[in-house]
Design a protein around this ligand. Structure first.
Ligand code: PLP
Length: 386
């Protein structure tokens, strides 16, 4: 099988699996315990945090470990909104965020916050001047994802950070799940206050995430518990998964530039194949500067995406429709609709996402099979929805 669903999850690196097993077997003591075994586990936790801090040119005390980016996003967004409620009631995000951000804002809206969901253009990019226009003295939080998980569109974080830096009091949260290891990230340079990441998107273990909380930012904890992770994510830390995930983050970030080049080449060649097929239409990603290297989104208007995915699978290609979290509902993609691509395209989106194991061989298979799959699908096309 050729696995092209790296945005949903990635195969763990051998070294990650080995580390996970070793630490799990040897260091099972509670890292908060005062005996020697506990202290050893605590030291491993500390070292993992120091490594993460180093990779992002930040400090150890800026980082907390979570169970994944969904949890990081919830802790950050709900925590910031509730903490700074007395300063203002307005919070801002985009119409194309991952459900762990979008639905969290919906929840805060029900709590009484005024929410602005910023639109995006056909390439999936927000306008910084439009963001500037909606900001008021009441705006306490802006949350914008770095790379969109369905289309790969890249948001102008440096410009947003510059705008927000001028307005003290507005917190800047970034969901960086799909950009870590794919693009350079400058947390301090871009003025990011809160940043979420996930280990299983970069060949680490599932169920492990990071949250960066810049010093000086307070969050109201959404949990009650034992006080671990500064009280923001109380509960005994999963030391083995954290140590293994720190390794995965190191491998991903240290090889980011090389990965960008390789994936960008794969992406350009896949796009050239797609452009040969008149039934298919690319969703965003025309401009290389605003498109992540590992994601290609296209639609076959008039065709049910699950039919395409199953036909691809028959040809040993694993791809996905929309994001993994929402692929089981049969609604059109909220992201593609927000990009103004129309219902037929939004209802037939397919995502190919590349990973570290991909090269010439995998790309060749993809470009050879895609025309065959489309040919087999043609008789099933529903003309009325084109
Ligand atoms: N944010 C984005 C952009 C994602 O792509 C995902 C996963 O699909 C998440 C958040 C949630 O990450 P996790 O699976 O670690 O909870």
């Amino acid at each position: 099988m050729y696995y092209f669903d790296h945005c949903a999850s990635t195969p763990p690196h051998e070294e990650v699996i080995r580390t996970l097993a070793e630490v799990m077997a040897k260091h099972y003591a509670n890292p908060a315990s005062l005996h020697r075994s506990g202290m050893e586990a605590g030291k491993l936790l500390d070292r993992a945090r120091a490594l993460i801090a180093d990779l992002f040119h930040t400090e150890k005390k800026d980082w907390i470990f979570t169970s994944g980016a969904t949890e990081s996003n919830n802790i950050a967004i709900i925590g910031a909104a509730r903490q700074y409620k007395s300063r203002g009631n307005h919070i801002v995000t985009t119409a194309i965020e991952h459900p762990s951000v979008y639905d969290t804002f919906k929840g805060l809206e029900r709590e009484g916050f005024r929410v602005t969901y910023l639109p995006v253009n056909k390439e999936g990019i927000l306008s910084v001047s439009q963001l500037e226009e909606v900001l008021t003295d009441d705006t306490i939080l802006v949350s914008v994802m770095h790379v969109n998980n369905e289309t790969g569109s890249i948001q102008p974080l440096a410009e947003i950070g510059e705008l927000l830096r001028k307005r003290r009091g507005t917190i800047f949260h970034v969901d960086g799940v799909q950009s870590v290891g794919k693009l350079p990230i400058d947390l301090t340079g871009w003025g990011i206050d809160l940043f979420s990441a996930s280990a299983h998107k970069i060949n680490g273990p599932r169920g492990t995430g990071l949250l960066y909380v810049r010093q000086g930012i307070q969050l109201e904890s959404i949990y009650k518990g034992g006080g671990q992770e500064r009280g923001l994510r109380p509960g005994t830390e999963n030391v083995a998964a954290i140590v293994a995930s720190a390794k995965a983050f190191r491998m991903a970030i240290e090889s980011q530039a090389e990965r960008y080049e390789r994936m960008h080449m794969l992406r350009s060649r896949l796009i050239a194949c797609i452009e040969q097929l008149p039934e298919l239409v690319l969703n965003g990603g025309e401009n290389q500067l605003t498109a992540a290297p590992h994601i290609v989104s296209f639609s076959y208007p008039g065709m049910k995406p699950e039919v395409i995915v199953h036909m691809l699978e028959k040809h040993r290609i694993i791809a996905s429709t929309k994001s993994a979290c929402s692929s089981k509902d049969d609604k059109p993609s909220r992201v593609l609709e927000a990009m103004g691509l129309g219902r037929a395209r939004a209802a037939s989106g397919i995502r190919i996402s590349f990973g570290d194991e991909h090269g010439e061989v995998e790309l060749e298979w993809l470009c050879r099979m895609l025309p065959m799959v489309i040919q087999k699908l043609r008789p099933l096309e529903r003309k009325e929805s084109r």
